[in-house]
Design a protein around this ligand. Sequence first.
Ligand SMILES: Nc1ncnc2c1ncn2[C@@H]1O[C@H](COP(=O)(O)OP(=O)(O)OP(=O)(O)O)[C@@H](O)[C@H]1O
Ligand SMILES: [Mg+2]
Length: 233
Amino acid sequence: MLDVANLHSYYGESHILHGVDLQLPAGCALGLLGRNGMGKTTLIKTLLGLVRAREGRVRVAGVDVTRRTPFEIARLGIGYVPEGRGIFANLSVRENLLMAQRPGPDGRCDWTCERVLETFPRLKERLDTGGQQVSGGEQQMAAIGRALMTNPRLMILDEATEGLAPRIVEHIWQVIAQIRASGISTLIVDRNYRSVLRHTDRALVLRKGRVALAGPSAQLAADEPALQALLGV
Ligand SMILES: Nc1ncnc2c1ncn2[C@@H]1O[C@H](COP(=O)(O)OP(=O)(O)OP(=O)(O)O)[C@@H](O)[C@H]1O
Ligand SMILES: [Mg+2]
């Protein structure tokens, strides 16, 4: 689903990613870990074409997208839940969901507004409320629902549980597990590395824009000293 080789990204003259490699086979879940500022979001933005790769290559579902626009890349079937949620404040929750509705790249239309509301029943009463008026948890649910409305093959979740109450965090992880069980590939960034390692097949840890550690999630979870050293928790 994703094949990244020797990726280098910059903001102006700041060299952020220093030759990142990663593979995400179709149907698998990959965790992306690392302390603040290590390049996780920059890596995601580079995959999506929001930050231009200065060197290296990104393939999505076998297609070289390194020089493509974010619009073209998303249309290959990527649902993106950005850091900070990116809910359109001046649109209602319903409009935030419906604006994203489209068949997947394979023509699938499994995800409808109804299915999103079954997944997140709390949004039912909030459909006509403005994106900025709903709680942080509801915004996060809407952001995940909106990404699912595109019927993606790959879901990318950047800090989808950030700043939420424990009960809502638990619910979001359950939904991530459902997404994964439905066969959608997932790339997950989250501060709670234990949850990430529980919900992924493989994981990698970024340190200053380089892959410092990578392997099966169960193997990483068993190496607490290495995680402590790299994640400082
Ligand atoms: N738009 C930008 N312009 C310049 N520098 C940036 C920009 N966005 C991020 N950076 C810098 O790039 C580096 C990597 O940031 P990035 O947001 O990718 O880290 P991150 O691993 O996602 O961190 P966090 O856990 O805080 O979300 C940091 O040093 C950050 O200050
Ligand atoms: Mg980030």
